[in-house]
Write a protein that binds this ligand. Structure first.
Ligand code: UD1
Length: 424
């Protein structure tokens, strides 16, 4: 297996260019089959989640051509299968977007229960409730979700009981070709929901209100191919912003939409970092000490849950006592016990983690417990004295493109090493 080896204690300085947004890419690639035409998708991140979702399309009969590292062309004219294979689905959470995409195009879909990071129970009741409102029959047998709408899909008013990114996306996919008007209330407002709406509209759909709590979709009969460039990754950008602040560095993070970063920038400033905003870049630097702060994670425009493990690292070296209250997932603190191995002073009680700032962290053997927990390990390793090794890096590589190259370019000492599987 491969591990990351990090020699900590170096200040990051220079510039990092952020790639396309993972969570937009894994929704937009399935959406491409809605047209039965050719879509060219640009600014894709080179991460394993993008290759897995592309393989799912290939398994269904689409032709996916890699034009360059960040550009693919999806020819969905000959998609002829509506059942996703077990082994591909269990590799990632977003495989369930095939439910909405297949239902929208063929009025039927079979998709095994998805994999992805474990944050406690991850129900999909809101997705199913919405599909049923659109006229689909839903079933679950041997771990495979099935949807059928023999009489076609009909627009409906759907009020979600919880704000769910996944359900909002799936219902947008299911509704774009349904007959009549669909209204999704209490919709999620994340930047990638807006990006998906823009992509669908560029294929001829009629989606309005994305980015607000109410999305209105007027079903269209036909959709066509398009060329579309995905937005930059908010969470990748935020991760490097925190790495810059944690190491007391000075980093220009390029190719971002500063508006998407507001909740993160605000917290960094509160903690004592300096954040300068440009048209499509943000510079983060820090020379003074870090101060404690409190973070509550909430759906957008709140502080993103996908940034809380990285924030925890900053809190662990900030003067005073900081807390993170997790407002989205029931169990997202598995990574904390790994941070403790590096000398972090933390305590978790239910949905609240408390961090008492310490002066220094010390290198140790740790593992990535999930994607963003893994990013937190990397940042913690960068500020730990001596060497840290990080196992189970496949979690990290699901969502961060060229992490090593990007960090080395700004002065980090991090490399990949192949070790025996029983390496401790
Ligand atoms: C997406 C992101 C993930 C992020 C999360 C919240 C992708 C591929 N993943 O996950 O990185 O952490 O948004 O920003 O985009 N819920 C229900 N019933 C449902 C669906 C969700 O109760 O049918 C609950 C969940 O248990 C959770 C909350 O709603 O407590 C939010 O989940 P959701 O927004 O759906 O997360 P994902 O789309 O899975």
């Amino acid at each position: 297996m491969d591990i990351f080896v990090v020699e900590g204690g170096r200040r990051l300085e220079g510039s990092i260019t952020v790639g396309g947004a993972k969570n937009a890419a894994v929704a937009i690639i399935p959406a491409a089959i809605l047209s039965g035409d050719i879509c060219r998708i640009e600014n894709l991140p080179t991460i394993s989640d993008v290759s897995v979702i592309s393989q799912i399309l290939v398994q269904l009969g689409a032709k996916v051509t890699q034009i360059s590292d960040s550009v693919i062309e999806i020819d969905a004219r000959e998609v002829n299968c509506t059942q996703v294979s077990q082994e591909l689905a269990r590799n990632m959470r977003a495989s369930y977007y095939m439910l909405g995409a297949l239902l929208g195009r063929f009025s039927r879909a079979k998709v095994p229960m998805p994999g992805g990071c474990y944050f406690g129970v991850r129900p999909i009741d809101q997705h199913l409730k919405g599909f049923e409102a659109l006229g689909a029959k839903t079933g679950l047998r041997d771990g495979v979700i099935s949807l059928t709408a023999p009489d076609g899909l009909k627009g409906a008013r759907i009020q979600l009981d919880v704000v769910s990114v996944g359900a909002t996306i799936n219902l947008m996919l299911g509704a774009v070709r349904a007959e009549g008007l669909t209204i999704i209330e209490r919709a999620a407002r994340e930047p990638h929901i807006v990006d998906l709406a823009n992509f669908l509209n560029s294929m001829g759909a009629d989606v309005r209100g994305a980015g607000t709590e109410t999305i209105k979709i007027r079903g269209v009969k036909e959709m066509h191919g398009t060329t579309y460039s995905i937005i930059p990754d908010q969470i990748e950008a935020g991760t490097y912003m925190i790495a810059a602040a944690a190491t007391g560095g000075d980093v220009m993070i390029q190719n971002i939409i500063p508006k998407h970063m507001e909740s993160i920038s605000r917290k960094l400033v509160e903690m004592g970092a300096e954040v300068y905003e440009y048209d499509d870049a943000i510079r983060v630097t820090r020379s003074g000490p870090l101060r404690a702060c409190n973070v509550l994670t909430m759906p957008h425009p709140g502080f993103p849950t996908d940034m809380q493990p990285q924030m925890a690292v900053l809190m662990s070296i900030a003067e005073g006592v900081s807390t993170i209250t997790e407002g989205v997932w029931e169990n997202r603190f598995q990574y904390v016990s790994e941070l403790v191995k590096l000398g972090v002073d933390a305590e978790v009680q239910g949905r609240v983690a408390t961090f008492r700032g310490v002066e220094r962290l010390k290198g140790a053997h740790v593992k990535a417990t999930d994607l963003r927990g893994g990013a937190a390990m990397v940042i913690a390793a960068l500020i730990s004295e001596g060497e840290t090794t990080i196992r189970e890096i496949y979690h990290i590589e699901r969502g961060y493109e060229q992490l090593i190259d990007k960090l080395v370019a700004v002065g980090a000492a991090i490399h990949r090493r192949t070790v025996p599987n029983d390496y401790e």
